[in-house]
Design a protein around this ligand. Structure first.
Ligand code: NAP
Length: 311
């Protein structure tokens, strides 16, 4: 029998893209009797009150977690340790405490030492997002058909893990459990490195002297604009991701650099076969992603194209 996804009182610390999407999805699916939230700034708290999605907006983290059965930290990875320390004395025995950070090893290392006996720590990472941030950016459908990875420390209460798994599944996510280290290695190649490459290429284009900025923008449909979406992601979040997942990112970056050198050599030597073979292999990976429903099969990511009018 699958676990009940419902929690009595859910506290969301941080209300941006991810916190706001959890609030919207959990409300829509009736996953909490009460959702209480807080954010660091008065401005965000005021906006969350205005949006009217949650039951209660409070000024402090301590107030938010009081009597909560599920607490989810929806804040940058680097802030998780200090916030865990702050809320620890106010946590209800038996509560499930989780997060949504894009790096897991550092979050476990920073949070776990502060958490009291009797609360269940089940770190999580929904592998879903957009380049937008802030309280207005969330939407209830964000997690549908996306993976949410749970990384409970060894010995974590199985019922607590099952309860959180059911909560995420009820928001539409597919849930997998793995160790924090394995998570960080996998995400280094599937998410962190692609972001680093996008940040690099957009920065490089910006600094090119021979091509004017207006030309970069004008001819961006040649491929560049798809990198700009990723490179528009939140600077605080991504600074924290690279600082927190340093080892795995450097390992993947080493492999990437070797592969880039191979392609550079193929171009220099005019080795068309090597280039063709490589591009054939990568095209198959794109097909695989579409086949398992992780992206649309529509050309150009399904962007609308203007119709030609008959003269
Ligand atoms: P976001 O839209 O920028 O929202 C961040 C929230 O955290 C805001 O409510 C902000 O409060 C609060 N906050 C920022 N710095 C803080 C600090 N030092 N202490 C306490 N609260 C702080 O960010 P997000 O995209 O939802 O990301 C939140 C977490 O989700 C990150 O750990 C990220 O790694 C993870 N994640 C993101 C994505 C994605 O695509 N964006 C995907 C999966 C997981 P104020 O508004 O008051 O400043």
């Amino acid at each position: 029998m699958s676990a009940n996804p419902h929690f009595q009182r859910v506290a969301l610390i941080g209300f941006g893209l991810i916190g706001g999407s959890i609030a919207r999805a959990a409300k829509l699916q009736g996953l909490a009797s009460e959702i209480v939230t807080t954010a660091r700034s008065e401005k965000t708290r005021a906006r969350v009150t205005e949006l009217g999605i949650v039951d209660q907006v409070v000024a402090t983290n301590a107030e938010a977690v009081k009597d909560a059965d599920l607490i989810i930290l929806c804040i940058p990875v680097g802030a998780c340790g200090p916030v865990a320390q702050e809320i620890a004395p106010h946590l209800k025995p038996g509560a499930v405490i989780s997060d949504v950070g894009s790096v897991k090893g550092a979050v476990v290392r920073d949070m776990a030492p502060h958490l009291p006996q009797g609360v269940h720590f089940v770190p999580a990472h929904p592998v879903a997002g957009t380049e937008h941030s802030g309280p207005d950016s969330g939407f209830a459908e964000l997690f549908i058909n996306r993976w949410c990875i749970l990384t409970p420390p060894e010995g974590t209460d199985a019922d607590a893990v099952a309860h959180l798994r059911a909560f995420w599944a009820a928001m539409g996510a597919k849930v997998e459990v793995m160790t924090p280290d394995h998570h960080d290695l996998v995400l280094a190649i599937t998410s962190h490195l692609p972001h680093l490459i996008a940040y690099t290429i957009v920065g490089t284009a910006d600094e090119l002297a021979q091509v004017t900025e207006s030309e970069v923008i004008k001819f961006s449909a040649g491929g560049f604009r798809d990198f700009t979406r990723i490179a528009a992601s939140d600077p605080t979040m991504w600074r924290d991701v690279f600082l927190a997942n340093k080892e795995a990112v450097l390992e993947m970056l080493g492999t990437f650099t070797e592969d880039l050198a191979k392609l550079t050599r193929a171009i220099r030597r005019g080795d068309g076969d090597a280039l063709f073979d490589h591009f054939t292999r990568t095209r198959a990976i794109r097909r695989g992603i579409v086949e398992i429903g992780q992206d649309s099969a529509a050309a150009d990511f399904g962007r609308p194209h203007a119709a030609l009018k008959k003269p």
